[in-house]
Every structure is written in C-alpha cells, then in structure tokens.
Design a protein around this ligand. Structure first.
Ligand code: SAM
Length: 360
C-alpha cells in the first residue's frame, strides 16, 4: 500500500515536534501496511488445510504466528509514542481562549459527576483521558487528526459521513450530536444545515470548550452542552429531527449502551432519524480478531462487547424502527448500501453506520 505520508502538524509546530510526529506516523503506517498483511499471510498459510470458521477459532491461530508479537507490541507502543509526541507538540499552548462574542453557546455543568466507567480508563491510552484539563482536549485533537493516517485531513471523514449519511434531511429544525468530543463531528452538520439548531453534547468539559472555541473561529453557531448522553441530555423530548453519534458507542458499557438508545429515542420527533457511526465485524476472522484485540491494546474495554451485541435489536427495543447497519468506506464512497467493505489488504477500522428512525 503506498500512500503519501500525511503532513504531521502545522506550520506552528517546531521542526523537532514535526520530526517526532513523522517518526511515529511512519511507524504506524508500517504497522498497518506491512505487519498486518504479514500477520494475515502467516495465519492463512498456517491454516491452509483447515480454514478458520470464525474469529473464536482464529484467535489462537493468529496469536501463534511469528509476526504476532511484533504486530501486537507495535500497535500499543506506537499509540503510546503518538501521545508522547503529540503532548510535546502542544505543550506550549496555553488554556483554551473563550470567544468574547459567541454566536453559539457553551453550557457546562460544574456539578456533574463523571461516571467511574468513564474515568477509570485512559481511553485510547491517552494519558489522563480526554476530560482532565484543557491540554487533554488539545492533545486529543492533534492525536485524532494524525491517527487516521492521512484519511482524516481537514476532517474529511466526518464531512463524508454528513454528506452520505445525512445529506437528505431537507430543512431540519434541530440536530443533536451525542458524544461530540472537540466538535469535529458537529461542525459539518452546521455547515450542511446552516438554518438548523445544531447541538453537541459531551461529558468532557475541556473538549466542549475546544469545540466551542473552534466553532466560533469558523463562524459557526453551534450550541455545546455538558451532559451524560446515556442518562439525560437535558434537551426537550421529541424536539430533534436527527440524532447522531460518531465513534461513541464502542466506549459505552452495556447498561449505558441501552441508556444511549433510550435517550436518542426520547430526543427524536416521530419520523426523526438516527445515524450512529461505529464498528461492526467484517466476517474476516483475522481482521475481526485484530479488532477485538485492538479494544484491549488501545484501552477501549467495552469495544468487543459492543461489537458482539445485536445493537440494531437494542435500538428496536428502545422504540426505533428500520434499524440496521451498513458499511462506511471513509476513503471512498462513504456510506455503502450493505454491510460489506471493499477489499483492502492493510489494517483499517471496520467503520459502519447504524441507521434507524422513530415511527411516524
Ligand atoms: C472517540 S470520541 C468521538 C468524538 C466525536 N463524536 C468524533 O467523532 O470526533 C468519544 C467522545 O464521547 C464522549 N463520551 C463518552 N461517553 C459519553 C457519555 N456517556 N456522555 C457524553 N459524552 C460521552 C467522550 O468524552 C468523547 O469526547
């Protein structure tokens, strides 16, 4: 797989910071483009006489291959190195400056107690998680931009999601983005639907502060609020035309996953729609095994559980109709018509979209 190396960082970064980031990205590229295909080839060769039935059968075989220790170690070690390099790169930046005359709003809840399941894990191995301080949000922002290895320049990923999964909403009055992070999933909705009221909700105050500051810098009127989207967002019931959540639900334990669907259903008006971007199994035993192990190695403990659940059925139990997953190809067409991905030899995330609607 040959792709141009992504430009690490911006003009504001020092030469040293850029060199560190380039090193880590080259390492991650090698892991994805060389080590993963080698793991696949070794596993296939070892199981040529007894093809693997499913991911359970695959796991011991995958782990037995000579390249496996390097593949597994490189995944976690390069992620740690990424955070080190990114933290160094943003170390000089001060607190996030709040805009003086915002068009949108930021509503924080100083009394909100962050749940233990959320604070117990340094998600994505990011030291301290995304919620501790302004620096956490800045580190997360730069890390998120770089980690997708050239697939996410200018957040094209999320724009493609909006275009292909929510490009036909007509004139929505309200759009709610649950688990909005630092806003990269929320801003494109406001760009696509400038007349709509767009609301982003997250637990992490630093991320919301950054989301708000960056929305204002782009001239986007977006409303950000701090709340737990698995309990109560504080937004009126039946008021949203569209509810979305990108890269959120694999971070939720099972009871909270049910809470998420209940809250999404509560927010939507009759006939309102939901699109949730996350991961699904591909049916390729080696790739699916690597994905389950990614949850462990990347400190995403609830990821395998979410993927193993019938989340479409959970959505139906919460009151949704026509719930089903389709594949999402972030480098090509975006939303695909079925749950099948184009062939790719290198490691990539099995992105997929759960679509559902409230009965009219
Ligand atoms: C991987 S990030 C995705 C952010 C954004 N949607 C995107 O696509 O870039 C997941 C976000 O969900 C937030 N989150 C996790 N659990 C949450 C909850 N129960 N309520 C609100 N936000 C939550 C985290 O703080 C984090 O910002």
């Amino acid at each position: 797989m040959t792709r141009a190396a992504p430009a690490a960082g911006s003009a504001a970064l020092s030469h040293e910071a850029r060199a560190d980031l380039d090193f880590v990205l080259a390492w991650r590229r090698r892991w994805a483009d060389r080590l993963y295909p080698r793991l696949v080839a070794e596993t296939r060769a070892a199981t040529a006489d007894t093809p693997l039935a499913d991911r359970k059968a695959a796991m011991p075989q995958v782990r037995a291959q000579p390249v496996y220790p390097w593949f597994a170690w490189s995944e976690r070690a390069s992620q740690k190195a990424l955070w080190r390099a990114v933290s160094d790169a943003v170390a000089a930046e001060g607190p996030i400056e709040m805009p003086a005359h915002p068009r949108g709003s930021l509503t924080l809840d100083p009394g909100l107690r962050l749940p233990d399941w959320y604070t117990d894990w340094d998600i994505h191995v990011q030291p301290g998680g995304v919620w501790r301080a302004d620096a956490s949000a800045r580190v997360y922002e730069l890390g998120a931009k770089l980690v997708m290895m050239g697939d996410n320049d200018d957040y094209a990923f999320h724009s493609r999601f909006v275009e292909t999964c929510a490009g036909d909403l007509g004139t929505p009055a309200r759009i709610v983005d649950l688990g909005c992070g630092f806003g990269k999933s929320t801003w494109p909705f406001k760009r696509a639907y400038p007349e709509a009221e767009v609301i982003g909700v997250d637990l992490a105050a630093p991320c919301l502060r950054l989301a708000h500051a960056k929305a204002e810098a782009q001239g986007l009127e977006v409303h950000f609020r701090q709340a737990d989207v698995t309990t109560d967002t504080g937004i009126e019931a039946g008021s949203a035309d569209f509810v979305t959540a990108t890269m959120l639900i694999h971070e939720l334990p099972q009871p909270q996953l049910r809470g998420f669907f209940a809250e999404a259903a509560r927010l939507l008006r009759p006939g309102g729609r939901m699109a949730v971007l996350d991961f699904q199994f591909t049916g390729d035993p080696v790739r699916d095994t690597a994905m389950v192990e990614h949850g462990t190695r990347n400190n995403e403990p609830f990821l395998p559980g979410m993927m193993a659940q019938d989340t479409a059925a959970m959505a139906r139990e919460a009151g949704f109709a026509r719930a089903g997953w389709v594949a999402f190809d972030e480098r090509g067409k975006g939303r695909l018509p079925t749950l099948a991905w184009p062939e790719r030899a290198e490691w990539h995330f099995p992105w997929a979209v759960l679509e559902a609607e409230m009965p009219a």
